[in-house]
Design a protein around this ligand. Structure first.
Ligand SMILES: Cc1ncc(COP(=O)(O)O)c(C=O)c1O
Length: 467
């Protein structure tokens, strides 16, 4: 077994994809850019097999899976009961739109929505479509034109969701004209807090920006339809908002008669230890967007839940698509929710979350390169810093993630100075602890090397699958 990544089989397949897959060139450039700065290009592999808490790459190397199909496999990889439920639905209905599983699933979802106040559900295939559908729903229901969304947020890669997302300043390039209905507000939790402000002051400022600045100087309040927020900034770095912020948003929405849309595509269905992240903040949204975990990690299923009057009688807000709520997707969701209840999965998740935070509790004080450890349930993030001018913080995070891979542990480091971890909600406790031990070893290795891990890897094939 060799963790010199990518291994031969992954490398050969990555090479084959270069001329054909999107971003082959982009990824080559990203690798060259890393190399030109003296950094190792991101390590890669292709999954050859996935089961439970583990994945194996094409070369047979085993990894503990904190990546979790981009936080999409709530009960681990290839859960056999969910697989069987999906196969059964597919054997029985193949693909028919008018199959009988959508209604029991909508009923079940209504019963688990926050405070039972979002009884209707509109099916979509992906989180992207569901977020776009929620926006459209809000515009049509309020008959207004503007949506407030946040910096650093991510809602998908469709045209509409690209416009409300604000990953970085390149995010809306060439689409500026299309994003006319979006008002971007600062999200108070990130690497950057303005100098001289503490977290509480900045949170207050961000609420003031929406309540006063936007409404008095940018767009009249009566033209704004909704605030769209992730109640746990996921792709933006697993940042966790405070109760004061989330309740502040609810108060502003109530004051101006705006809708509050919670995008729970990643935070929902147990990721944060409660069924929905909004429950941590005692906030009930008017519209809730769900996806990812609803698939049970097997078959796509997503959609939008809303208050009765928003989704019950809103003829202009058309939605859905051919594959919205497929038989397999609905069967996966129903079985997933059945297992959550039968096995008290969220109780286990809360226990694991406590174990993880306890295990990581001294990392900030022990390691200079660790600037913050944070978690809400199993939405876990660690921010890194270089502490020196010649190395970007992002490089430290990426190096730690690569050292983790070398030790058989997979987690996410995209373009930000963070490593994000999404263990399965039912992960075995000893596997979680083993993963965190490997992560700590990786942190120690990067800290020892002063953040310079150049030359540890063979040259990259400049593949096209980044993570
Ligand atoms: C909060 C949030 N919304 C929407 C999406 C888009 O979901 P999908 O990738 O299923 O289209 C994501 C994906 O990561 C997400 O994290």
């Amino acid at each position: 077994m060799s963790y010199d990544l990518p291994g031969d089989a992954s490398r050969a397949l990555l090479q084959r994809g270069l001329p054909h897959l999107r971003n082959g060139i982009h990824y080559t450039r990203a690798s060259q850019k890393s190399a030109s700065k003296g950094y190792v290009p991101p390590a890669q592999f292709i999954v050859g097999r996935a089961e439970g808490d583990y994945v194996w790459d094409l070369d047979g190397n085993q990894y503990i899976d904190f990546q979790n199909g981009w936080a999409t496999n709530p009960l681990g990889n290839c859960h056999p009961e969910i697989l069987e439920a999906v196969h059964e639905a597919q054997r029985q209905y193949g693909f028919q739109w008018e199959h009988p599983l959508r209604i029991p699933l909508a009923e079940r979802l209504a019963s688990i929505m926050p405070s039972g106040s979002l009884p209707r559900f509109s099916f979509e295939v992906s989180g992207t479509e569901a977020a776009e559908s929620a926006i459209h729903l809000a515009l049509c229901h309020t008959q207004r034109r503007y949506i407030v969304s946040f910096t650093s947020c991510f809602h998908g890669e469709g045209l509409g969701t690209k416009m409300v997302s604000a990953y970085n300043s390149d995010n809306n390039l060439y689409m500026e004209g299309w994003a006319g209905g979006v008002l971007k507000a600062p999200f108070p939790y990130s690497e950057e807090i303005p100098a001289g402000m503490d977290q509480a002051q900045y949170t207050e400022y961000c609420l003031w920006y929406i309540e006063t600045h936007l409404t008095e100087y940018v767009v009249p309040a009566e033209n704004i339809a909704a605030i769209l927020v992730e109640p746990g900034l996921a792709e933006g770095g697993n940042w966790i908002p405070s109760k004061a912020f989330m309740q502040g948003l609810r108060r502003i929405c109530d004051k101006f008669d705006w809708l509050l849309i919670a995008d729970e595509v990643l935070t929902g269905l147990g990721r944060t230890g409660t069924m929905w992240a909004v429950e941590h903040f005692d906030v009930v949204p008017d519209i809730l967007v769900a996806g990812k975990n609803l698939s049970g990690g097997i078959e796509p299923c997503a959609g939008v839940a809303a208050r009765d009057e928003i989704l019950g009688d809103n003829p202009r807000a058309t939605a859905g698509s051919t594959f919205a709520g497929t038989p397999g997707g609905c069967a996966a969701a129903l079985k997933t929710l059945e297992i959550y209840e039968r096995d008290a999965v969220l109780t286990h998740t809360q226990h694991l979350a406590g174990v993880a935070m306890q295990r990581m509790s001294d990392w900030e004080s022990r390691y200079e390169i660790v600037s913050q450890v944070r978690g809400l349930g199993l939405l876990l993030g660690v921010s890194f810093r270089a502490g020196r001018e010649d190395i970007e913080d992002f490089h430290i995070a990426r190096s730690v993630r690569d050292e983790m891979l070398k030790r058989g542990l997979w987690a996410i480091c995209d373009n930000e100075p963070q490593v994000r971890m999404y263990p399965a909600l039912n992960m075995a406790e000893d596997v979680l602890l083993e993963g965190l031990s490997r992560m700590e070893e990786a942190i120690e290795a990067v800290q020892r090397s002063g953040g310079v891990t150049i030359g540890d890897y063979p040259p990259m094939p400049s593949g096209n699958v980044g993570f």
